[in-house]
Ligand binder design. Structure first.
Ligand SMILES: Cc1cc2nc3c(=O)[nH]c(=O)nc-3n(C[C@H](O)[C@H](O)[C@H](O)COP(=O)(O)OP(=O)(O)OC[C@H]3O[C@@H](n4cnc5c(N)ncnc54)[C@H](O)[C@@H]3O)c2cc1C
Length: 327
């Protein structure tokens, strides 16, 4: 752990993984530190079974498959992965290098840092209905890890967010019945065509309603009663009632922030020299919070880190020149 790395990437989402690949391609010794036990960030967490259409080169790719591909690409340059650690502090030493300290006390040493930690760490907000703990795991779920497990089953999605709309539309392909329960009068953060798809779909939408009561044996769930009195028979409840996000760390790391994210220019440099940012963590005019944007920003951040370490290094390279060993 006392080894000095050229680049340490905070976050192993799609941006962090691609940053690791690009950093290795630029022949820098690279480490990735990820808080969750698994790589993939939001894609793995929220929509591993959703098809993604807006990443160049893929006419629809499953979240899980995309993560597997980006992970394989990262592994090809052999970065070091540290899982299950949350970076709590970044301190610059007198010699200009950084010490990153995890909340559990481990220390990591690096010449540069790329922050690819999205909006921070997140945990799902649990369903606040009496007895819900009895059904968690078997009948109540907070992510869709395996869409096929719902084949022929009845499902109720509880959400007022785009995540719930995504889940309901994905479930419709396999489940025998899908209900979507929204406590609000509209869906938040959805794309127009998602709402249109929802209208065209067979998903039963219940607006301005909440699950009030769970019906079942205490082991097997049978159905739910809504606040409007409706009873829905169901085998599974899929809950997305928002996240408990801890995004306070950027301030604690001493970085300038804007709306909880890190403002940057085109070189992805932050307010601390030697610390760069990419992906959802970054904010700049016209920023899009999309996977492909993270890939592009990763290259810029790595090229800046390379120039920071070696000012004579080329500002960018072509993969065909550097990456000969794959041919
Ligand atoms: C429901 C939904 C659907 C979406 N659909 C699409 C789509 O179709 N197409 C598209 O392009 N984009 C889509 N997006 C957006 C896309 O998911 C994000 O832009 C992308 O995942 C951002 O990747 P990232 O690696 O920058 O951040 P994240 O995926 O958030 O990864 C950040 C990682 O950093 C870790 N981390 C955070 N803080 C620390 C710390 N202190 N120490 C260690 N680790 C830390 C987190 O655990 C996480 O794994 C969607 C988003 C959502 C929520």
């Amino acid at each position: 752990m006392s080894e000095l790395y050229d680049v340490t990437i905070i976050g192993g989402g799609t941006t962090g993984l691609y940053t690791a690949f690009y950093s290795g391609m630029r022949e820098m010794k690279t480490k990735v530190i990820e808080y969750q036990p698994d790589l993939g960030g939001k894609v793995s967490f929220f929509y591993p079974e959703k098809k993604i259409y807006d990443v160049g080169g893929f006419l629809g790719v499953l979240g899980d498959d995309l993560v597997a591909d980006v992970k394989e690409q990262a592994l090809s340059v052999q970065p070091t992965f540290v899982m299950g650690q949350k970076v709590g502090a970044i301190d610059k030493q007198e010699d200009g290098t950084f010490v990153l300290t995890s909340l559990t006390g481990e220390k990591h040493f690096s010449k540069t840092v790329v922050v690819a930690s999205g909006l921070g760490t997140y945990d799902m907000r649990p369903l606040d209905v009496e007895g819900s703990h009895l059904y968690e795991g078997k009948h109540i779920h907070y992510t869709i890890q395996n869409l096929m497990q719902y084949t022929g089953q009845k499902a109720v999605v509880i959400s007022e967010n785009r995540v719930g709309v995504d889940w309901a539309l994905a479930l419709e392909d396999v489940a025998s019945a899908v209900h979507l329960v929204n406590r609000g009068s509209e869906f938040k953060a959805v794309y127009e065509n998602d709402v249109e798809k929802l209208k065209q779909s067979g998903v039963h939408v219940h607006m301005e309603a909440q699950v009030e009561q769970l019906e079942g044996t205490g082991v097997e769930l049978a159905g739910v009663v809504l606040t409007n009195g409706e009873y829905i028979q169901t085998d599974h409840l899929l809950v997305y009632e928002g996240l408990q996000i801890d995004k306070s760390l950027y301030d604690q790391w001493g970085l300038a922030t804007e709306k909880g994210r890190i403002p940057v220019g085109t070189d992805m440099a932050t307010s601390i020299e030697g610390v760069f940012v990419a992906g959802d963590a970054a904010i700049f005019p016209s920023k899009t919070m999309l996977i492909a944007s993270g890939f592009n920003e990763a290259m810029a951040a790595v090229n800046s880190a390379k120039s920071f370490i070696d000012p004579k290094a080329k500002s960018q390279v072509y993969s065909t020149v550097i990456y000969k060993h794959l041919e």
